[in-house]
Ligand binder design. Structure first.
Ligand code: CMC
Length: 378
């Protein structure tokens, strides 16, 4: 057997062949099925981009309308799922609530027919349609309110904001939210996508695939960083405090949240688009002093860490956008999941097409030939 060098975090080791997305980390380019994200952010919608990623081609008008229609009419969640969610502790993190609810869908749709394109399509539609409803439902129920029913006359992003805030969103906020979903939908072999593919490779159901990926996304080194960025900006408090704060972190060899990336060695192109969206929101709804702190931080970190290729990543500006929309900080990562579910499903489908179960090896560095010691001699 070929012996490979051990690389912590599997850095640089291909885990799959994929035609879903591509990153050029030196040039700061991200493409979905070959199309640059900046172009999709400007011209596409989240559901159209999801279709592109999952089925490999942009849909024509009829295909897109049919897909949007199916997703729109599957947004309601079963009352038993809602009742289950009512029992979740309100102090629980919304990512844990989402993981449990996504997994619970598998109880209701237990037929597993992975060779049937209709099963694949139904699962994709159901997950894309219900995940936003579950995120909004948990948010309202933990405040002691009943969840609101989805509105069929609103599009994907506007309906989510409506379910969350119990009022119709401003059109600019809904449009910007939809673009945020496009920017978060897919990103090559990141930790949660890898987790989704490993789970998919066992031929389990897509709800287990999504639940495992949601669990992986929640950590502070992955999707959870966007919450920590806002907490950090609040802790810094003023522009003057930025430099000493960064110096202190670097002295302690601590990571600065929202900066650095395994692949990008320049500014993450998603951060550039998000920064622009944040500015549009500030122009319409008023300035946010935390944006000034963020700008200063970007400059100070560039001064100190550009030599290591550490620049803002997707999480640095996304929190400021969501904050301006009045979204609670601990919903930032569930929103990341609402978008990323389409990427995970694209990888689920691709994995099934040429499946081989993931079964890597390890380098054993433990002991051998140890004799069992009876408990009274330990
Ligand atoms: N602040 C300070 N130093 C950093 C940072 C940072 N945010 N990120 C990397 N470095 C340094 C690190 O200390 C190391 O320096 P040295 O070589 O002197 O020891 C070098 O850069 C390489 O770091 P690494 O930890 O080996 O890099 P990695 O590829 O294993 O980690 C990362 C990538 C994203 C986990 C890391 O940059 C990080 O922890 N960033 C902060 C958390 C964050 O913003 N996460 C969101 C990532 S983007 C969205 C997503 O994928 O979900």
């Amino acid at each position: 057997m070929m012996v490979c060098e051990y690389k912590p975090g599997l850095e640089g080791i291909p885990a799959a062949q994929s035609s879903i997305s591509h990153v050029d980390g030196q040039k700061g380019i991200l493409e979905y099925r070959g199309i640059r994200i900046e172009e999709l952010a400007e011209k596409s919608s989240f559901l159209e981009t999801a279709y592109l990623l999952i089925w490999g081609e942009l849909p024509n008008k009829e295909e897109l309308e049919a897909f949007e229609h199916e997703v729109r009419y599957h947004r309601r969640i079963k009352y038993r799922i809602r009742d289950m969610m009512k029992c979740f502790p309100e102090s629980g993190h919304p990512m844990d609530a989402l993981q449990a609810s996504a997994a619970a869908l598998g109880l209701f749709y237990s037929l597993r027919d992975l060779h049937n394109p209709a099963y694949i399509r139904d699962s994709v539609v159901r997950l894309l349609a219900t995940i936003p409803t579950m995120v909004a439902a948990f948010q309202l129920m933990r405040k002691g309110n009943d969840p609101v029913r989805p509105r069929d006359d609103l599009d994907y992003a506007a309906n989510f904001l409506y379910m969350l805030n119990e009022k119709e969103p401003d059109p600019l906020a809904a449009k910007i939210f939809d673009i945020c979903l496009i920017l978060h939908v897919e990103h090559t072999m990141n930790a949660s996508t890898f987790s989704a593919r490993v789970t998919a490779s066992t031929l389990t159901d897509p709800y287990a695939v999504v639940a495992s990926a949601v669990g992986t996304l929640g950590g502070p080194l992955h999707g959870g960083a966007n919450e920590e960025v806002i907490q950090m900006l609040e802790e810094i408090g003023t522009v003057e405090n930025v430099r000493p704060y960064v110096d202190n972190l670097l002295q302690r060899k601590a990571k600065i949240m929202g900066f650095g990336h395994r692949v990008y060695k320049v500014k993450d192109p998603r951060a550039t688009v998000l920064q622009n969206l944040a500015e549009q929101l500030f122009a319409k709804f008023g300035h946010d002093k935390y944006y000034d702190i963020a700008l200063e931080m970007e400059q100070v970190v560039a001064e100190k860490l550009s030599g290591k290729g550490i620049y803002p990543n997707v999480d640095f500006y996304s929190g400021l956008v969501y904050r301006k929309m009045g979204i609670p900080t601990d919903l930032f990562t569930p929103i990341f999941a609402i978008a990323r579910v389409a990427g995970w499903l694209a990888h689920w489908k691709e994995q099934l097409a040429e499946n081989r179960i993931f079964r890597p090896t390890q380098i054993y560095n433990g002991k051998h030939e140890i004799t069992y010691l009876p408990i009274d001699q330990r």
